[in-house]
Design a protein around this ligand. Structure first.
Ligand SMILES: CC(=O)[C@@H](O)[C@H](O)COP(=O)(O)O
Ligand SMILES: NCC(=O)COP(=O)(O)O
Length: 259
């Protein structure tokens, strides 16, 4: 049990891969903004969108339209580049999440190497914070990276859950359990340093509950799996089911009323 009051676990829905499907034909549908509005109605607490340098999915007009259309907070994922900083300062989204990015990657591989470039990142995030954006840093569950994130003044970290999820889906259960322990330990450690803890990448119905049961985690950002499920059961249903699993995990771990 935790002696900390348990905050509500927020669900951020990442709509990147609605744009992936749209861009497959270069047209206007499916519209990521329509998906975001559906997610709002289905009970999402926020919308996450990753404007990549290569615009492989979310585009600049998508971000403009999301800023106009959303009532939910937008979590703008971005690489630590001057181009993205300028775009973020123009839009001033509720939140920015600084993620590592390589053009050749299929998806985000690993976390941001904060410890390697603390000085640059400290100066990079300062204007974003001054503009009123909640800054989070997408990192591996690693003590050095967590300590570096705290030193550069980031109030929030988002722990990369990809290694845990991949181990589960590939049947490497001993590794999965090791990753889960590491995530649990680092969630507690980051909280002890005063950081707010989020988590995401690769989470599914099968992997979400152990992460949702971490008392320190305040937000989960989930996208690819939900968009895939939406093909079969609809986006509303997929989001509601994920929300229910998150609430179930909190209630199982901390008693009723903990969701
Ligand atoms: C940082 C992270 O894990 C995701 O939010 C990111 O958006 C993944 O990149 P793709 O959406 O391009 O797969
Ligand atoms: N930061 C993680 C995120 O926004 C969604 O990641 P995924 O569920 O699309 O893998």
């Amino acid at each position: 049990m935790t002696d900390q009051p348990l905050g509500r676990l927020r669900l951020g829905v990442n709509i990147d891969h609605v744009a992936t499907v749209r861009n497959a034909r270069g047209g206007a549908y499916p519209d990521p903004v329509r998906a975001a509005k559906l997610a709002e109605a289905a009970g999402a607490d926020g919308i996450t969108a990753h404007l990549r340098e290569d615009r492989r999915h979310i585009t600049d007009p998508d971000i403009e339209r999301l800023m106009e259309a959303l009532t939910l907070p937008l979590n703008f994922e971005m690489a630590a580049t001057d181009e993205m900083q300028a775009i973020a300062l123009r839009h001033k989204p509720h939140a920015v999440c600084i993620v590592p990015e390589r053009r050749e990657e299929r998806t985000t591989e690993g976390g941001l190497e904060v410890a390697r470039e603390e000085n640059r990142l400290a100066h990079f995030i300062a204007p974003l914070a001054e503009a009123g954006c909640r800054v989070s840093i997408f990192i591996a569950a690693d003590k050095r990276q967590i300590e570096a994130a705290a030193r550069i003044g980031a109030p929030v970290i988002e722990l990369h859950t990809g290694a845990y999820c991949d181990a589960h889906s590939e049947g490497r259960f001993a590794e999965r359990d090791d990753e889960l322990r590491r995530l649990a330990d680092m969630s507690a450690y980051a909280t002890s340093l005063g950081l707010e803890v989020h988590a995401g990448h690769g989470l599914t119905y099968d992997t979400v509950k152990p992460i949702a049961a971490f008392p320190e985690v305040m937000e989960l950002n989930i996208g690819h799996f939900l968009i895939g499920e939406a093909i079969f059961s609809g986006l509303d249903s997929a989001i509601r089911r994920m929300r229910a699993l998150m609430d179930e995990a909190r209630q199982d771990a901390f008693g009723s009323g903990a969701a």
